[in-house]
Design a protein around this ligand. Structure first.
Ligand SMILES: C=C(O[C@@H]1C=C(C(=O)O)C=C[C@H]1O)C(=O)O
Length: 272
């Protein structure tokens, strides 16, 4: 039995909509990305779509599952920095960071420090834009809370960090990878492989039936069918060589900006 992390946000529906929540091979635990990052590190789950940054913290201990990720080439629509002032004016001001994210939190720091040359103060807060704005001049939200907050058309600037990353580096951005601890291979290699195949099947079914996914999103968050169709045109759920080089770039810059203690070497299992 493999215990997997289930992420309930719309960006993950193409992975989870057709994946059984309970199955003879797997059981699942629902949480936001930071919850899964911590649970995987503590051995409370066996496999999850964790933050790419969390993979960077544990790369010596984890393998990545090939052909799976949550990535975009450019705009993402749900990794949004809401700001009262232009980004270049954030030096010395306060930026509130959602407590749900590890990748986007560090993406924000890379973009602000390295590319905009500004060094704000940071506070980590629950994902509520009006509360964040009480304490901060800008606020990072991800996933459905970012979409909901943007739908409410707040009176501020909104920066899409997938678009900013592409503009600054020319690379795609990978937000999540599916990872599991290497040590599970001694006992559970066959089970991991079988669950990996269930994941590939669930994804491939969803990508062929995006109308179902779009409809499910509309039920969850409202918005028009066209909005959701457009949202999903940005996403890639595989991890081809071009996406991998974006992931490398992100992890390298995390290391160079001293956000990670070592420079990760990406290892995938099973070998393709
Ligand atoms: C695209 C998204 O990617 C998510 C962002 C994550 C992070 O910032 O750590 C983790 C998992 C991804 O599913 C999103 O939530 O909107």
């Amino acid at each position: 039995m493999i215990r997997i992390g289930h992420n309930p946000n719309t960006n993950m529906l193409p992975m989870f909509h057709f994946l059984p929540k309970e199955h003879p091979l797997l059981t699942s635990v629902t949480a936001e990305p930071t919850g899964h990052n911590a649970m995987l590190a503590k051995g409370q789950i066996d496999m999850a779509p964790i933050s790419a940054f969390s993979y960077g913290e544990h790369w010596q201990d984890y393998f990545i599952l090939p052909n799976l990720s949550v990535s975009t080439k450019g705009r993402v629509g749900s990794i949004l920095l809401f700001s009262k002032v232009p980004l270049e004016n954030l030096d010395g001001l306060t930026v509130a960071l959602t407590d749900m994210s590890a990748t986007s939190v560090n993406l924000t720091k890379i973009l602000l420090h390295r590319f905009y040359g500004v060094f704000p103060k940071y506070v980590t807060l629950p994902s509520n834009l009006s509360d964040m704005f009480l304490q901060a001049d800008a606020a990072l939200l991800i996933a459905d809370s970012a979409i909901r907050s943007a739908q409410a058309k707040p009176d501020c600037l909104i920066y899409d960090l997938g678009a900013e990353w592409l503009k600054q580096t020319g690379h795609s951005m990978t937000y999540a990878v599916w990872a599991f601890p290497k040590k599970l291979l001694t006992q559970q290699a066959e089970e991991i492989k079988n669950v990996y195949h269930l994941l590939l099947e669930a994804k491939s079914k969803a990508l062929k039936q995006m109308e179902d996914i779009v409809q499910a999103c509309q039920v969850m968050l409202g918005g028009s069918i066209d909005f959701w169709k457009d949202y999903f045109t940005q996403f890639h759920y595989d991890l081809d060589p071009a996406l991998l080089s974006g992931l490398h770039k992100y992890l390298d810059l995390c290391y160079e900006e001293k956000l990670l203690p070592s420079r990760p070497i990406i290892e995938r299992w099973p070998e393709e």
